[in-house]
Write a new protein. Sequence first.
Length: 133
Amino acid sequence: EADRLIRFDGRVGDPARVVYEAEIIDVAANCVFDDGEFEAAAGMRVRATAGPAWTGAAFDVPVVIAHASGRRQVLPREIGRLSLAPPDGRTDAEADFTVEYELRLSSREDLADDKILFGLRPSRAELNYLRRR
């Protein structure tokens, strides 16, 4: 997962084949622990901008929100897709992706090293390209 994604139509790395570039522009979470139950509502805002290979279709952006415990376990993991359709005359769009989940825990200390992770899901080739940039 990454906070940026470049989606290609064809050969990864060819600037002329960029369909869109997407990025996470905001994240938020609201968490409550009460009587052994942890409740979370987490979300991110994503912006996508058309590239040279864009055909006018909505941007189909793969996203993920996950809860990782301090014990290196990924617990709830919500994988989805955002369909961002630019308004007429525009080449960019924004949308929100949100999830809600609950965990049963024995104590608040079980959350000490936990994190909520937000990301976009590039293909392996796209991720390698982003790492080399």
